[in-house]
Design a protein. Structure first.
Lengths: 349, 349
DNA sequence: TTGTAAGCGTTATCAG
DNA sequence: CTGATAACGCTTACAA
């Protein structure tokens, strides 16, 4: 008996390892061993007793206590720039599946497009002892590189590189995908091209796509002509003008081509088209990045570049888990191919 | 000095409370008090020393250790049936915001539409000592009620009731929203109605909407006629037939009306319309539940019922946090109003 | 093969 | 107001 009163035990809680030990008439260590080294060092009869006690008490170890004790949590921190973005969600799903298969749980932190919160997110997740990070943000927002470095945990970057950071990187093969789109449109007779993108800022994917677009034009220099225009929210006039200018440049018999850098831009273009009274596949050919569920429903159907989102997420998770398993070596770069989905917007009538 | 070698301290880790205590020349208890009871019981000079040590070491308390010690984690478990569903995501966003404002972190578990995993999800989250649950699933899938009950933690249900469960419930006012849609369509001249829903199974929202539809028809018995049809994936023929039958029933001068139970059904109907070569707002009037970003782009624009998703999520989180704060009393029921968004599909030409 | 006890990073009780 | 010290639930040397 202790002189001091022990903190009272909250009446009916989950069974703890001590309860099991008591019930089975063994020590806590033995119960712990039952879970972690069962076969190797436990006699059958004791194992049976422990097993029975576990069953009757409905015991399962507390991951928190385990994490505290082991220093690792089997938790993976996933930070997304914007959970509203279907791309992010699709990637998330893939990653989550892979993690669960490997016995990891995903802790999600959504930045809600507030890039300054990146550091905060990392610190919060690190507090919960996540073993590693999957980051689908970065570029803007300071301190993230340091924040990650400070905790010294493995990181995988998805879709957005970050300069100062030596980390595995998983993404769509932007150059390949853009080439697919451009070649398809060229085959359809297009000579004048317009690439519409969200403001590029520091988002690596946007830069890569714009650069790839430029390269495609260069390959057919003299015959293909392209322009890149940044589309901003609420800048409808600029968008309309860019489209009109494009159509104005086109020579007869050669339908001009528009490529959208992502689904957000596609949405804006579709709105502009109704505003202008134009029809996809008629006034112009169109291909957009990101194959949304509604792409088939707009006008004659929108041709798109489908990203292997699920594979991207799964690959990212796998990468990270490999690193957690101790894999060494330089940062890897995994570029997955996109797929051209043909619909009316880019086909000849 | 201990006879036994202590487990070696991993070289450069996060600073712990002990490090801070040492640096400030005080006890761990004092450092702890600095965070939890600063003003009340800490002399200014000691507080200053602690503060300095915290700053130089970059210390912040480990939430895991806190959770272990306190028995509460400031973590909220959020279980969604399907993260792919934009409705769920929108709610998630609202809830997350409210939680963060209140100093809680959300742990997300996605069922991926595998309803049998509900129990697993709850146990996993309970393992991490979440203080309470927000559930956006249930109905199907066994054991969830017991699983929740077993842990005895507060729960808020979103959008889907569950019979055996006494818990706060937050959702769209389905009856009100349906009435809005029906009255609008009736004003537009519709007399023959078709309500298309996903298979109702045990999903309470689907039942409520179907029942509300029936009630609306009953209110104008004799003049309004309605049918409810369940639309299944890959049952295109049945859908087409239902639509044709509806149009067949309509008397001249009275455009028939179609109401879609959610965005998934809306998508199917839109596809059917192009298949049939019909045009929204022409062959029939249309209103669908859920205001998606693409609703304005389909045909003349689709009229919808916009759910206050953000408010739903926020409300759910607030509810839960109130309970965590000790609020007693019977289960509450919070029904938030929907908003009718008018577009071409339900307007007279 | 099993038990003992230290330690993971906190908080809370009790004595000064 | 401050410091020891026992818990929280678990793992893991080390001893037996």
């Amino acid at each position: 008996m202790n002189a001091r009163a022990p903190r009272q035990k909250p009446a009916s809680q989950r069974a703890t390892i001590a309860d099991v030990a008591a019930a089975a008439g063994v020590s806590k260590a033995t119960v712990s061993r039952f879970f972690n080294h069962r076969e190797r060092l436990l006699s059958p009869d004791i194992a049976a007793r422990v097993e029975a006690a576990i069953a009757t008490l409905g015991y399962s170890p507390s991951p928190m206590a385990q994490a505290l004790s082991r220093g690792k949590s089997r938790l993976i921190g996933l930070i997304v720039a914007d959970i509203t973005n279907p791309y992010s969600v699709a990637v998330l799903r893939g990653a989550e599946k892979a993690c669960q298969d490997a016995g990891y749980l995903v802790m999600l932190f959504n930045l809600g497009n507030d890039f300054e919160r990146g550091r905060e997110a990392i610190d919060a997740l690190a507090g919960y002892q996540v073993d590693g990070f999957i980051l689908n943000t970065l570029g803007r927002g300071a301190g993230v590189v340091d924040a990650v470095a400070r905790h010294g945990k493995p990181v995988v970057l998805v879709d957005r590189r970050h300069d100062g950071m030596e980390a595995d990187f998983v993404s769509l093969d932007n150059a390949g995908a853009m080439a697919l789109a451009c070649e398809h449109l060229r085959d359809g007779g297009a000579r004048e091209f317009l690439y519409l993108t969200e403001p590029q800022h520091d988002v690596s994917t946007r830069h890569e796509r714009a650069a790839a677009f430029g390269d495609c034009m260069k390959v057919h220099a003299g015959v293909l002509h392209g322009r890149v225009v940044e589309s901003r929210e609420d800048a409808n006039d600029a968008l309309d003008q860019a489209l009109c200018a494009l159509v104005g440049r086109a020579s007869p018999g050669h339908r001009p081509a528009v490529i959208a850098g992502n689904a957000v831009v596609t949405l804006r273009i579709a709105t502009a088209m109704t505003r202008l009274g134009w029809r996809f596949g008629d006034a112009l050919s169109f291909v957009g990045f990101d194959d949304t569920e509604w792409a088939p429903l707009v006008g004659p159907g929108l041709s798109t570049i489908a990203q292997p989102t699920d594979a991207i997420g799964r690959t990212a998770a796998t990468c990270l888990i490999e690193r957690l398993g101790g894999l060494e070596g330089p940062a890897r770069q995994l570029l997955l191919p996109g797929q051209l989905v043909l619909r009316g917007s880019s086909l000849s009538p």
